[in-house]
Design a protein around this ligand. Structure first.
Ligand code: COA
Length: 257
């Protein structure tokens, strides 16, 4: 299991905490693999009634580790990141997210696969896929236009426009905005613990019903996005963007046609 994942167990609740503060909780292959495994185990474990996903009070996640994108890109459907996406997509119990600070890339897109999302006012959410020479992932090309309309989704997905916790809640991407990271974590934990008092199969049946419409289409879109994302990672455009991040300079796409 990755040293960058903290696992806490209390009655009815499994808390998965991303813990790589020096890299703003950037997700490595080992972290994705660990999350996938823990979610699969939790789905089979009757003592777990809900999962709380957090990066702590300061930072949710800066998204996929950009050095990994260059050195160890995902190679196909069995890669850790895709196993994580499938584990979250197929998870039958409630997932509650507590989001503070940056929530970049998959840090934002995964929220659409959680059931309850609490976000701090100063959270910074963005999906800079195109800015990195990439394309949307985890169903965001289908889910965001459906949720927000084409115009707003284009700002977020084509321009990579950032938004804060207030906007996330106003747009329905989050349940509630809270004053700071500590309050966000406390609220998310309180709501997640509440599931231990509910009838477990009534909860999972209801989650399944709520997520059933369009589910197979969404699964197909996630696969299509994943295949294109993998191709784009090997493109010269993405290489320019990733190298620019490492060199702390703006990307220059002027030579591309
Ligand atoms: N992958 C790898 N390292 C990352 C990272 C990522 N996704 N995001 C941040 N880091 C590293 C930085 O390189 C830096 O490392 P260093 O101290 O060794 O130089 C450290 O984390 C702190 O990041 P920094 O940029 O100085 O923090 P910040 O508070 O100014 O900004 C972010 C935070 C998250 C807004 C900014 O780091 C960022 O935009 N990161 C890239 C996010 C991204 O594009 N993710 C992929 C989406 S598909």
């Amino acid at each position: 299991m990755s040293e960058h994942l903290l696992v806490e167990r209390e009655p009815g609740l499994l808390t998965l905490r991303l813990n790589r503060p020096d890299k703003k909780n950037a997700l490595t292959r080992a972290m994705y693999g660990g999350l996938a495994e823990l979610l699969q185990q939790a789905d089979q474990d009757a003592s777990v009634r809900a999962v709380l996903l957090t990066g702590g009070a300061e930072c949710f996640t800066s998204g996929n580790d950009l050095a990994d994108f260059i050195q160890a890109p995902p190679t196909g459907p069995d890669s850790e990141v895709f196993r994580f996406m499938r584990a979250l997509f197929d998870f039958s119990k409630p997932v509650v997210a507590a989001v503070s600070g940056p929530a970049v890339g998959i840090g934002t897109t995964l929220l659409m696969h959680c059931d309850l999302v609490y976000v701090s006012r100063e959270a910074l959410l963005k999906m800079p896929f195109v800015n990195l020479g990439l394309c949307p992932e985890f169903g965001s090309s289908l889910l965001l236009p459906r949720l927000l309309g084409q115009a707003r989704a284009a700002e977020l997905l084509l321009l990579g426009a950032p938004f804060d916790g207030e906007q996330a809640a106003a747009w329905g991407l989050a349940n509630q905005v809270l004053a700071d990271g500590a309050a966000t974590l406390a609220k998310a934990r309180e709501m997640a613990l509440g599931f231990q008092h509910l009838a477990p199969s009534a909860v999972t049946d209801s989650k399944r019903l709520m997520r059933a419409p369009g589910r197979e289409e969404l699964r197909r879109v996630i696969e299509e996005e994943g295949a294109l994302f993998g191709q784009r990672l090997r493109s010269a455009e993405a290489m320019e963007a990733l190298t620019a991040f490492m060199q702390r300079r703006p990307a220059d796409f002027s030579r591309f046609v």
